[in-house]
Design a protein. Structure first.
Length: 238
């Protein structure tokens, strides 16, 4: 059957969902990481029944959407000009051109500044390119350092099958069904304890793929202060 789209009112809010029919006996509601609602319903279920089920679970749906929203990068638009503020490991740094004659562009974090060598003062595109490249390299180094620490939180330790650092528009990190961990390089802007929170969260998905009570219990067991770390992540990347 062709998928359908429905919208249900819940108080002052609207819940929109994509409905797919399948050969199954029960109705399932899934919230994707970008906040989309996907309903998989039995073939004989009509839209009236489906809307009723969505309305009955609307509060849970909205809670899940808010939960996923915390992982979406909210980095403001950058102009890439000298003295613009950028974060690195939770601390604020200002961009500063240091040595325009350097043959190899590179970045040096020093006393509240990200000193950039090998770029002209008016080359904002070059500044962006160099700093973003540096962020990616540092992200890989930090992830390689912190991943063993987070893996050892679990008994037995949990390890991804592979690790990739790649820009993502709506997530800090993700874990594929095959165990591949993908990390957004912008996560390097957050403090180390918040980075550990994101890594532990994704590693927990190796055991529990959804965000059920079982998942929360697992994350709480290995990282009891995860709510505080989550708040640190939100404050550092707002």
């Amino acid at each position: 059957m062709t998928p359908a789209f429905v919208t249900v009112a819940y108080g002052t809010q609207l819940v929109s969902a994509e409905v797919r029919w399948a050969a199954r006996k029960t109705l399932d509601i899934t919230i994707t990481p970008d906040g989309a609602v996907v309903v998989t319903a039995p073939i004989d279920a009509d839209l009236l029944q489906i809307r009723s089920q969505i309305r009955a679970r609307a509060r849970w749906i909205l809670e899940q959407q808010r939960y996923f929203a915390q992982f979406r990068p909210r980095t403001p638009a950058r102009r890439w000009l000298p003295d613009e503020t950028h974060r690195y490991l939770g601390r604020q740094y200002r961009l500063r051109i240091a040595d325009t004659t350097a043959t190899e562009p590179h970045v040096r974090p020093t006393r509240g500044f990200l000193l950039i060598d090998g770029i002209d003062f008016d080359d904002s595109a070059g500044m962006e390119r160099v700093v973003q490249s540096w962020y990616r390299a540092r992200a890989r180094e930090i992830i390689d350092q912190r991943l063993p620490v987070c893996a050892e939180l679990f008994d037995p330790p949990l390890w991804p099958t592979a690790v990739t650092v790649r820009s993502m528009s709506s997530r800090w990190a993700s874990m594929s069904p095959s165990g591949r961990l993908t990390v957004n390089p912008d996560l390097i802007r957050a403090p180390t304890d918040a980075i550990d929170y994101v890594l532990a969260h994704e590693l927990a998905h190796l055991l529990v793929p959804d965000h059920s009570a079982r998942f929360i219990a697992l994350l709480t067991r290995v990282m009891p202060d995860h709510p505080r770390r989550k708040q640190r992540l939100e404050r550092a990347t707002a």
